[in-house]
Design a protein around this ligand. Sequence first.
Ligand code: FES
Length: 105
Amino acid sequence: MVDIIVTDRDASIHRLDVEDGQSLMRALTGAGLDVPALCGGARACATCHVHIDPDWAGRLPAQEEGERELVSEEPSFIDGRSRLSCQIPVTTALDGLALTLAPLD
Ligand code: FES
């Protein structure tokens, strides 16, 4: 299991114990957090947008161009920290990952 630390939009902190191999978006929605994920992970909606903690931003799998294009159109886009959680598989290498849910538009 992989420990993920999530700050929600009310600044409450949640510690998730996530199964290795699950998408980060599925972990967030499965924990009951407010992540609409309207497209179900098809990289078409950006409602799974998260801000990765600066200490972790460079340690995630590389961002594909399609993800970058979609998330960069979000009003709360932060260069180098904005990711679509549906595009990030959780692995043991991410144990301790910290992130914040991006504002909903
Ligand atoms: S769930 Fe729609 S882009 Fe991630």
